[in-house]
Design a protein around this ligand. Structure first.
Ligand code: AMP
Length: 217
């Protein structure tokens, strides 16, 4: 492995992938590639399957052909990266292996009830993407991003009905990916992290997992 780690962050919606992914990317000075952020920024992009917006508002996965191509382009010039939100099914995991593989997979583990509380109270900065929670991690001033002063908004897909569908999609499509990396990918360092700890404690565990691999390389 080069010094720049290739890391996949797995976890259900609301597990903390975005927050931890940004911190990890800063700490290791690599790019944070979040497919959900890419689709939100390109929600109206026309594809032969329709727009990403149509899938996101139903809480369904965007078709593999669209996602895979985007990920291929984003990763093509990068040495190391933190992937957040990809792969989300086994076909995507196979595609990523064909692109050159992964060094570390971190699974952020959070119970379903906690995920629902987190998602429905989540607020996101419309400028920089930083996330907050109305109860668990509020900004200093309600509705305003601490980092950049942008407006905080609720994502459309954090509405309760859509949250149900997203958790169902995760269970059906993405849990097999967790099992695949855990049980059937010996070349990958798989680490399960208790995602219900404080943000700093989760980060310490995630960072240690990546550091171990960087030091061993
Ligand atoms: P996220 O912010 O990761 O929860 O993603 C938001 C939405 O973007 C998802 O509910 C999907 O509609 C879409 N999306 C993000 N990543 C993927 C992916 N790897 N495969 C398919 N759809 C995705």
């Amino acid at each position: 492995m080069s010094e720049n780690p290739r890391v996949v962050l797995l976890g259900a919606p609301g597990a903390g992938k975005g927050t931890q992914g940004r911190r990890l990317a800063d700490a290791f000075d690599v790019d944070h590639v979040a497919t959900g952020d890419i689709f939100r920024a390109n929600a109206d992009m026309e594809t032969e399957y329709g727009t990403p917006q149509e899938y996101m508002e139903r809480g369904e996965l965007v078709p593999d052909e669209v996602v895979n191509e985007i990920v291929r382009e984003y990763l093509s010039d990068l040495d190391g990266w933190i992937l957040d939100g990809y792969p989300r099914n086994l076909a995507q995991a196979e595609y990523l292996a064909d692109l050159g593989g992964v060094d570390v997979v971190v699974h952020l583990d959070v119970a379903r009830e906690e995920l629902i509380d987190r998602l429905t109270g989540r607020r996101e900065c419309s400028e920089c993407g930083e996330t907050y929670h109305v109860d668990f991690n509020p900004p200093a001033e309600a509705g305003v991003c601490d980092d950049c002063g942008g407006d905080l908004v609720q994502r459309d897909d954090d509405a309760p009905e859509t949250v149900e569908t997203r958790l169902e999609e995760y269970h059906e499509q993405t849990e097999p990916v967790v099992h695949f990396y855990r049980d059937d990918a010996p070349e990958v360092d798989f680490v399960a992290v208790d995602g219900e700890q404080s943000l700093d404690d989760v980060f310490a565990d995630v960072r240690a997992a990546v550091e171990r691999r960087v030091e061993d390389s």
